[in-house]
Ligand binder design. Sequence first.
Ligand code: SAH
Length: 359
Amino acid sequence: MRNFYSIPRHELEHRCREAGLPDVHASTLFKAAYKDLVNDPWNASSLPQKIRASVGSDLDIALPVAAKTLVSRYDHSVKFLFELRDGSLVESVLMPERRRITLCVSSQVGCRQACTFCHTGRMGLLRNMDAGEIVGQLIAANRWIANHPDWLAALSLPRLQRVTNVVFMGMGEPLDNVESVADAIAIMTDPLGSGLALRRISVSTAGHLDGLAQMVERHPDVRLAISLHSPFDAERSKIMPINRRWPLAEVLNFLRDAPTQLNHGILIQYTMIRGVNDSMRHAEELVRITAGLKVKVNLIPLNEIDPSRFASPTANAIDSFRDHLHQSGLRVMVRYSKGQDIAAACGQLVTENASASGQ
Ligand code: SAH
């Protein structure tokens, strides 16, 4: 059965017309579901009573259920462990920042890319999530915020009541599931629904070139993040198998030629791993290969999951790396992961049996 939250508004409008009903009902359904966050949008007061039977009899309205919710005592971030309709588990992380509330969503149960330093990568891919399961994480998070005024109050963000930004940086490679992710983005940005601005949505990829081309075609102005992690081809292939299929240079060339992306810049994610990619040689090459691209670099010190294989860089290595990028004119930030006490950090999102090893 398809899920109500998988359906873009234009499809609901089409369904209404097919049923001989005015298509404005689709707008009412969208407002009820995504703005008012009601439990059953089909019951919205101005809708004809039998609308569900004629328009949505083949749709269920189940949402991901939070099987566990952990609130960090350090930084107020919230980790949700969501159970999907078939019992699969995925994670999302809510991260309050100065002027925004960012939700990090999952797009797949597990991941097929098998980056060697990433916990999710070790699970393998169990299945793709559908658009409704992706959008459902946003609805569930917004409902959680609505039900926790004390959490909001503690943030001193007086006028924010909802998630303001969504990043596809949870479990999965979003561009391996590009259609559902693109549909989910269309639903999240619908002005009659959650109404997020496209520039407030970031899709992060390990470098999936086919998916990138499709994404840029569907949503030319979505923000893109590239998980780069090594500027040297052979070294990158060792830690990120996807590089053998789509070498980094090809991905960067594609972005260089995609003029829309240059308008707001591309985020480079660079997880620093001791002795693997944290030397001056790497910093210098990173500057060289990103020349001509408008980029911002986030340096993420590795969150250790198996310290005997991969360790975090020293503070000195981080500083020198950052200083070199900075002096070369790149915008650079060191990003320490949020939610350290609730295992909500980058690369720590893992569910099912694999979770025994690291949390
Ligand atoms: N598959 C997408 C989305 C995942 S985003 C992508 O690769 O971009 C999660 C980010 O955290 C990626 O940049 C990933 O490489 C990084 N990451 C994975 N494991 C990590 C770890 N143990 N410590 C720090 N960052 C990690």
